[in-house]
Design a protein around this ligand. Sequence first.
Ligand code: URA
Length: 267
Amino acid sequence: MNEGLNPNQILRWYLDAGVDETIGETPLNRYVAPGKVETKAVRTPHVPAPPPRQSQAQKNIQSNSEIVAQACEMARESATVEQLKKAVESFNGCPLKTTATNTVFADGNPEARIMFIGEAPGADEDREGLPFVGVSGKLLDKMLASIGLDRQKNAYISNIVFWRPPGNRNPTSTEISACLPFVERHIELVDPEILVLLGGPSAKTMLGRAEGITKLRGKWFEYETPKMSRPVPTRALFHPAYLLRSPGQKQLAWRDLLEIKQRLPKS
Ligand code: URA
């Protein structure tokens, strides 16, 4: 049929006949009778479909939930503050630990009736392994003294994460959620009569609220876990580091401190 035609003419002939693709998606057996189109020319052995691929985000979520589950178990098994400290020190699930020098667990008297929870250790705290020992710690000590508190006697201080975030950035939600089971257990074991959350990240995390510190300060909340026998009256307070940057807000912090003082158990 194509005798005497050059390749160009042959292609033109195909195009005119409507054949504008030379390769189809589906294998076609051209030996079957015309009209009977058999699309599965080759039988392939049955290979089970591979499991659906997990995205990196899904893998992260899974491993994050495993980390939180491990933190919960370690926290639950801690029956004393000392055991909890050891558990936190041996926990490797928070990525901040890899860049930190020391674990910063707590400072003060664990028998105190008032417990303060800040955000994260800074450079000084990382060096010394104790919370609030830098400049903002000095201001915190003055704030405590103004209402008759002293961390060596009647106040207990910790943070929502136990390791310094590099460059003093805010801890991420993953870092916070890895530490949170320990923080919750810490409060259960100390069993304070008043809880004070220093700064927005601490207040939002512990109260499970979305508002910022300006909205959360100035009122009482109740903090409770299923293991606690009673809810703890809880107050959010401006972070001392913020007060150093915005001294105009000290007035409001002072008001909050006086309200806290009124609720402090008389000893
Ligand atoms: N800021 C905090 O929130 N915690 C510390 O321990 C030190 C500074």
